[in-house]
Design a protein around this ligand. Sequence first.
Ligand code: MLT
Length: 396
Amino acid sequence: MFDRRIFDQSIFGQSVLDQRSVNLESSDHALIETRRTHNRTARPLRAAIASVRIVVVAALSAALTSFALMSLALTSLALMSLALMGPAAAADFYPSRPVTLIVPFAAGGPTDTVARVLAGPMGRSLGQTVVVENITGAAGSIGVGHVAHSPGDGYTLSIGHWSTHVLNGAIYDLSYDLLKDLEPISVLPNNPMLIVSKNSVPATNLKELIAWIAANNRAGKQVTDGTAGLGSASHVAAIYFQNAIGANLRFVPYRGTGPALLDLLGGNIDLIVDQVSDSSQQVRGGEVRAYAVTAKTRLASLPDIPTVDEAGAPGLYINVWHGLWAPKGTPPEIIAKLSRAVQDGLADAQARERFAALGLDVPPRDQQTPEALDALQRAEIAKWWPIIKAAGIRAE
Ligand code: MLT
């Protein structure tokens, strides 16, 4: 009988049909002949098809190559045009990816809180996500240094305050210059500080607290005070407090007052001179005790807490203002865009409500400008550097 497998194999595989292995009937002979004829005519046809295929593939490759070359040329042309049009045109495309705010202290602390309240509405104004990243250490100087050494493209910004962008310049040998390596963007909310203790401290007002610290000092016992590192706002404010009352505190450094407050709540340290925004919630909740606010007037958000003048440490005024900076070289159009986004963020109803609840004052709109921040920072450097140097506060 006709074996189709052998037949097919011979036609399409081996060129010779092995007729000895099959017993063919006449109709099968006819079929074999037809296939042979087909094979003879099909071979040139297949060769022709293969040639056409080669030509088509070659043509497609050539088209793709010229398309890729054309795209490359167009991209280079676009980049060259952008460079020729200058930073103003570059600013038109800004921001085309997320913007990062570098908080130089631990998450959950006062600087982090300002950044996170602002990030949402600021991002909505920019049409891009604003990401908050914490780079901590050395009282904020590591995080600020990270930004000062970043490209001036508007994508990495430094949020900080009175100590990070003023005091640190007198306390640390910084690898950057606070004025020359950073561009001011906007003044951000400010708040005074609270002298707070853990609840087990046996004092109900500031005078009793001062007496308790003195008694501990006389007995050779240490009273511990949590800070955000040498030269931070909480550290410098506590030095002022200890000097004003003639006491000695043992300072315990943390990567921010967020974690310091957790240790105060846990009873592991005795005191913090803390920004209002950090501990006001715990004060209201009765979890820690506040003795005085470092301002001339009482706070609307904590009206029961006396001022330092009322409580017995007259003149101990400290106000921690925040600000936002970009690396030097950031195009002015981008700085202007960022400043407008901050202004929009600070005008946002929800953000304002949150700032007010935390005891943070939003500066008036005409103060939320690069010029206002520049003037404030320079005035504060002129005021505080001599005080810090005279007080001998210095990182060794
Ligand atoms: C923080 O965010 O932890 C504070 O701003 C630190 C400080 O006291 O300077």
